[in-house]
Design a protein around this ligand. Structure first.
Ligand code: ZN
Length: 435
C-alpha cells in the first residue's frame, strides 16, 4: 500500500493536535465552488489512473479531501449542538444544511468512479469489499434531482432539534431543560413524578402544532425523496441510508414479531415486580423510571467526581483505554453536563483531521450519567482505535454493529461500578441488566 500522502497529512495534523484542545480546533468554512473545482481535479486523476498504485494514491488524496470537509462539518454540528444560542455556529449550520447535498453529490461521483475502476479486483484486495458495498448503497440513496429535497430535510431536522433544545420548563419554582427535568421522574414522591411528567409533556403539548407541522413536512419530504429515487416509499430508502447491506424489512418484521411474542411477556412480568417493589397497585407511566421504594441508584457525586472516577476506571481497565481516556480529557473532547440551550440526547462523533472522537451528553445526576461514560465512551474508544484505518467509511461500523462496542464497554466496566454507586451498586447492576 502506498500511503505516503495520506499518512503525511494525518501525522502533520496529529502532530499539531497533540498540543491543541477542542476549543482550538480550527473551523474554516469550505467555499462550495472552489472545493468543487479541487474535487473535480482529484476525481479526474483517480479516473485516469493507469496503474493500481496511481489509483490507490489518488484515492488517498480524495479521502484526505473528504476528511477535511467532514472535519469542518463535524466541528459545526458539535459546536452548534452544544449551544443552540451561538449565533455564529447556528448560521454555519444553516450553511451546511444547504450545502451538504452538494458534498454528497461529490461523494457519489467518487463512488461511481470507484465502482467503475478497471482495478476493482486489486482495490478490493487492498480495501476490502465492504467499501464497494457501501458505495453501491450510497449511489442508490442519491440523485441530483433530490438535492433541493435533501436541503429541506436538513432544515426540518435542525428545526426539530432547536425546538427541543429551546425547552425551558418551569417546575417547582425553577426552570429546567428536558434533560434537567429527568431526576424528578425518579422522585420518591409519586406526586412529584406525576407533575414532572406533566411538565415534560406539557412542553410538547404546548408546541404541539409546531411539532406536528415539522413531522408532517418531514414525512412528506422523505416520501418525495424516496419516490423521486424510484422507491415505493421511505422504508426501502431508510434501509439503504442505514447501510444495511445484508438484511431487509421482512427480516426486521420477523424480529419485531419475536420481540412481541417472547420479550414483551417477560418485560410485563418485570413491570409487575417493579409495581410490587415500589408499592403501587398499578404501574403508571410516571412510575416507570422509579425502580426502588428507597430510590433509584444514582452516582454519589458531582460530574467532576464522576469523570475523576471514570479516569481511574479506564486507567485500570487496560493500557489502551487509559491512553484513550487521557487523550479525551487532555483535549477536552467531552461535553457532558446538561445546560441551557444544549441539544437533547447524547452522541459520539469523530473529527477526522484531528483524529479525535467527541462525546456529547446531558448529565443530570441519574445513573444515565455513568452509562454515558461507559456507552458513549465505548463508541469513542472504538473510533479512536480505528483512527488509522485509512478509509473514512471504516472509521465506524454501520449503526447496529457500532452498538456491539458501546454495549460491551458497559459490561466490561461492571467491576468498577462501585466507584460510582458505592452501597447502591447492586441496585444499579440489577437495573442496568434489566434495561
Ligand atoms: Zn450507542
Amino acid at each position: 500500500m502506498t500511503h505516503v500522502e495520506y499518512n503525511y497529512m494525518v501525522e502533520e495534523k496529529g502532530g499539531i493536535s497533540n498540543m491543541l484542545t477542542f476549543e482550538a480546533y480550527e473551523y474554516q468554512r469550505p467555499e462550495l465552488q472552489s472545493e468543487k473545482k479541487k474535487f473535480e481535479q482529484l476525481l479526474a486523476t483517480f479516473a485516469n489512473a493507469e496503474t493500481v498504485a496511481a489509483q490507490t494514491h489518488a484515492l488517498e488524496r480524495i479521502n484526505a479531501f473528504r476528511n477535511r470537509i467532514s472535519t469542518m462539518f463535524n466541528l459545526v454540528y458539535i459546536r452548534a449542538s452544544i449551544d443552540t444560542n451561538d449565533a455564529f455556529y447556528q448560521s454555519e449550520k444553516d450553511y451546511w444544511d444547504e450545502t451538504l447535498p452538494s458534498f454528497q453529490e461529490m461523494d457519489t461521483q467518487f463512488y461511481k468512479e470507484l465502482l467503475a475502476s478497471p482495478f476493482r479486483k486489486e482495490l478490493e484486495e487492498i480495501w476490502g469489499r465492504q467499501l464497494f458495498a457501501i458505495a453501491e448503497l450510497e449511489l442508490k440513496a442519491f440523485s441530483p434531482e433530490v438535492m433541493p429535497l435533501l436541503q429541506k430535510e436538513n432544515k426540518l431536522t435542525s428545526e426539530y432539534a432547536e425546538l427541543v433544545a429551546s425547552a425551558q420548563i418551569a417546575f417547582q419554582g425553577k426552570t429546567y431543560t428536558l434533560a434537567q427535568l429527568g431526576p424528578f421522574a425518579q422522585d420518591k414522591d409519586r406526586n412529584v413524578r406525576k407533575q414532572a411528567m406533566e411538565a415534560r409533556f406539557g412542553f410538547f403539548a404546548g408546541h404541539g402544532e409546531k411539532f406536528d407541522e415539522i413531522y408532517d413536512k418531514l414525512v412528506h419530504v422523505r416520501h418525495d425523496i424516496a419516490t423521486t429515487l424510484g422507491y415505493k416509499n421511505f422504508v426501502e430508502l431508510g434501509y439503504i441510508r442505514m447501510q444495511r447491506v445484508d438484511y431487509d424489512a421482512d427480516m426486521v418484521a420477523a424480529f419485531r414479531k419475536q420481540v412481541r411474542d417472547h420479550v414483551v411477556p417477560i418485560v410485563t412480568k418485570f413491570y409487575q415486580k417493579q409495581a410490587e417493589r415500589i408499592g403501587v397497585d398499578e404501574l403508571k407511566f410516571y412510575d416507570e423510571a422509579f425502580e426502588y421504594e428507597n430510590g433509584n441508584a444514582v452516582p454519589k457525586g458531582s460530574p467532576e467526581w464522576i469523570i475523576e472516577n471514570g479516569k481511574k476506571m479506564y486507567e485500570e481497565l487496560s493500557s489502551e483505554t487509559n491512553e484513550f481516556f487521557h487523550f479525551m480529557l487532555d483535549r477536552h473532547l467531552m461535553d457532558l453536563e446538561a445546560k441551557k440551550g444544549k441539544e437533547a440526547g447524547g452522541y459520539c462523533a469523530f473529527i477526522e483531521d484531528y483524529q479525535s472522537p467527541f462525546i456529547f451528553a446531558n448529565f443530570n445526576g441519574t445513573s444515565g450519567d455513568v452509562d454515558v461514560l461507559t456507552h458513549e465512551a465505548g463508541h469513542a474508544f472504538q473510533v479512536y482505535s480505528s483512527r488509522s484505518i485509512g478509509i473514512p467509511e471504516y472509521i465506524g461500523p454501520t449503526s447496529e454493529s457500532a452498538e456491539i462496542h458501546s454495549m460491551s464497554m458497559e459490561f466490561f466496566t461492571w467491576p468498577w461500578m462501585e466507584l460510582f454507586f458505592q452501597d447502591e451498586t447492586e441496585k444499579y447492576k440489577y437495573s442496568h441488566l434489566l434495561g
